[in-house]
Design a protein around this ligand. Structure first.
Ligand code: ADP
Ligand code: MG
Length: 691
């Protein structure tokens, strides 16, 4: 066995296990080693049978006097064993494990770990972990009698099975876990050597040791991410230097365009525009990430850049993750740019190609998208089709970039010759995380909201106030002619039939029982693109008072007259997501409201949601959530293409800082460290790059 070998080629058992293991992210034998325990069971206390105390978690070792299956009156089967050591004997029971009596036999010497209990005044051990002790070979205990690692499991793969494999791999590998960090770095940071860290994290002798091992391996992970982003940046610069089309500045025309906007750009927007215009004037393609809270006005920043491209006779493409969003962007962008002679097109899977310009008003003819004649083509994934080609693609804009995979981002870029790239996201990423993941990109951050935006009044609504909340909504809708969103619970990560069914049911209840006097519509992800567009268009035209929706509306839609956002089962969402949803309202002049419904009685949960009442900046909420719940929660709900850490935590700010400093220091002399280089190459091959 070699660590790099895929498990599925290693015999029948592994072949059978392979699909399940893949669910745990285990493909090669090395991946087993990076499957890190989530905790340890402390079975270190050995006790003689006579000395055990009820309530104690202990390990006893003894000879099996008898073991058998016993059938109860209710036809359940229990396993009873009697075990003795030189101080006495103890009764051990398991439930429903009939195979046990085949595995453990009379006369075997066995170690048992578990909690001592009493039953009818007798000391007993119920469902302990067990391990046959082979006294001749003196094999080490791995499932009992020590700190026993407990692993994340999946159906058909138990912690015990994983533990056995990992133990074997650790002991059978020969010199494959060689150190790859420079020695002086190890010394400076007092890190455990790699092999020792790997062995210790799985089978520590003390918890302190486990902590040290975890620190070392967490560092490795953060350090490699960091190194990878430096590497990608240098590659981008080396390979593409001189290859991009440097845009010439048309200042007077740009100024005129900016003056024509229906609002004044914020300082943050001006700054971002400045950054972008500088980037595109270079012969190296731009690679910039524009981060900005929901509603901070990213679209118009991108629009200025696309106008600049147009003035240089280059085409732009603007890709958005959903049909609803693409259509909306198409409308916004063509309204802004058409008066300046820019032909804006739309390509989605249901609308093949739609161009608008002053002369050519909305035209529904289906075009072949080859050599598109649009100056700016807005669209969804449909843009990735081979049929979409450009004559001279100069600028690629990707909205909500985290919704696209690396490959998709790659394909769209290949449609031009080293076009400039602007990616945008509203996912509030704390600064530390952004630096680790996106260290290779240039970042612009819209940290300022357009003037005149009112804070969205936000309340947590406990069950007893639900009725009151509904009547308040009815009054508000009737008195101010505003509209509301009601977001149904988030059931599964990706929208499936369960979510849809729940939404349909809730919609029926709201329509018939709660708001029979109002007009309601339902929007969910299983509807066809055209249906969704029609519902949304009708909602925008105020044909409905309330739009009941699954969390698909999370991303970017804009209905200025909607002022109420109701979110059901708010506790199921991360704060960053709640914030994104809340951002769907508060876009017009009127005061907006967000009602967060929860049935939860858990104080911490309630406190967490209550943060929404006082905090209104996405990045702050994300950071707060990160500290409260850890990154698993925050990033677990992020869509494809997002990176997950296996060992380290994005909330470990000091370690992130250290990893960054070390990476900065070592990167220029990487050539001196072949083992580290090799490790980096492996990392690059495996990890999805965020750019
Ligand atoms: P996001 O950053 O979430 O993509 P959008 O680009 O959709 O935000 O902008 C949100 C709304 O704010 C749009 O209706 C847009 O017209 C408006 N907007 C953008 N910039 C400004 C500004 N500087 N002043 C006022 N309104 C603005
Ligand atoms: Mg947007």
């Amino acid at each position: 066995m070699k660590l790099q070998e895929p498990v599925k080629g290693a015999g029948r058992v592994f072949q059978m296990y392979a699909p399940r293991l893949e669910r745990l992210g285990i493909v090669t034998f090395e991946d087993f080693l990076y499957h890190i325990p989530s905790r340890y069971e402390d079975y270190t206390l050995f006790s003689k049978i006579a000395h055990t105390q009820p309530g104690e978690t202990v390990t006893i070792q003894g000879d099996v006097i008898s073991i058998q299956n016993v059938y109860t009156r209710s036809r359940k089967v229990i396993q009873k064993a009697l075990v003795a050591d030189d101080t006495g004997n103890i009764e051990i029971t398991w439930y429903n494990q009939p195979f046990l009596t085949k595995y453990i036999n009379q006369g075997d010497t066995v170690a048992f770990s578990g909690k001592i209990d009493t039953f009818q005044h007798k000391t007993v051990l119920v469902s302990p972990d067990y391990e046959i002790v082979n006294e001749k070979t003196g094999s080490t205990l791995i499932h009992t009698g020590r700190l026993v690692p407990v692993y994340p499991e999946t159906h058909g793969v138990s912690s015990k099975w994983l533990r056995r494999q990992i133990y074997k791999i650790l002991h059978e590998q020969r010199g494959e876990l060689h150190e790859f960090l420079p020695e002086e770095m190890l010394r400076r940071n007092r890190f455990l050597p790699f092999e020792q860290a790997m062995k210790t994290i799985h089978f520590p002798t003390t918890l302190q040791q486990a902590v040290l091992a975890r620190e070392r391996l967490s560092f490795d992970e953060l350090f490699l991410y960091q190194l990878a982003s430096f590497y990608r940046r240098s590659q981008w610069e080396e390979k593409l230097e001189g290859k991009a089309f440097a845009v010439k500045d048309h200042k007077p025309k740009l100024d005129m365009f900016i003056k024509s906007l229906p609002f004044i750009l914020t300082n943050a927007q001006m700054l971002a525009v400045g950054n972008i215009l500088y980037d595109v004037s270079q012969t190296k393609p731009m690679n910039r990430l524009l981060q900005g809270d929901v509603g901070s006005g990213k679209t118009v920043v991108a629009t200025v850049a696309m106008y600049e491209a147009f003035l240089n006779n280059a085409q732009s493409v603007f890709m958005a993750p959903t049909e609803i969003l693409a259509t909306q962007h198409y409308n916004t962008i063509s309204k802004l740019l058409s008066p300046f002679g820019v032909k804006v097109g739309l390509a989605t899977s249901s609308i093949k190609y739609l161009v608008s310009s002053i002369k050519q008003k909305r035209q529904n003819t289906k075009y072949k998208i080859q050599d598109t004649e649009a100056d700016v083509l807005v669209g969804t994934h449909a843009l990735l089709s081979k049929n979409v080609t450009f004559k001279n693609l100069g600028l690629v804009v990707i909205d909500e970039q985290q919704r696209f995979g690396v490959e998709q981002r790659g394909i769209i870029r290949q449609k031009g010759e080293n076009p400039h790239l602007l990616t945008m996201t509203a996912t509030p990423i704390p600064r530390t995380v952004a630096l680790t993941l996106y260290g290779d990109l240039d970042l612009s951050y819209l940290n300022e909201m357009p003037k005149g935006r009112k804070k969205i009044k936000t309340w947590l609504v406990p069950p007893i106030k639900r009725e009151g909340a509904y009547s308040w909504m009815r009054k508000e809708i009737k008195n101010t002619a505003s509209q509301a969103f009601i977001i149904c619970p988030f059931i599964e990560e990706s929208e499936n039939m369960t979510t849809v069914k729940a939404a349909v049911k809730e919609y029926e209840r709201l329509k018939t029982v709660i708001f029979p006097d109002l007009k309601l519509a339902l929007l969910h992800g299983k509807l066809k693109g055209k249906e969704k567009d029609a519902i949304l268009a009708d909602f925008k035209d105020k044909k409905y008072d309330i739009l009941v929706a699954t969390p698909v509306v999370e991303v970017g839609i804009d209905v200025p007259n909607a002022t109420i956002m109701v979110i059901e089962a708010a506790e199921r969402f991360g704060l960053a997501q709640l914030h994104q949803l809340r951002g769907r309202v508060g876009r017009g002049e009127k005061q907006s409201y967000c009602l967060l419904f929860t049935e939860s009685k858990n104080e911490q949960t309630i406190e967490r949601i209550k943060a929404m009442e006082t905090m209104h900046v996405g990045a702050e909420l994300a950071e707060y959530d990160l500290r409260l719940r850890g990154p698993g929660e925050l990033y677990g709900t992020m869509q494809s293409g997002q990176v997950a850490l296996k060992i380290a935590s994005f909330s470990d700010f000091p370690l992130i800082e250290r990893a960054r400093k070390e990476a900065e220091h070592i990167f220029p002399q990487l050539a001196k460290y072949p083992l580290l280089q090799e490790k980096l190459q492996k990392h690059l091959a495996k990890v999805i790059s965020p750019d």
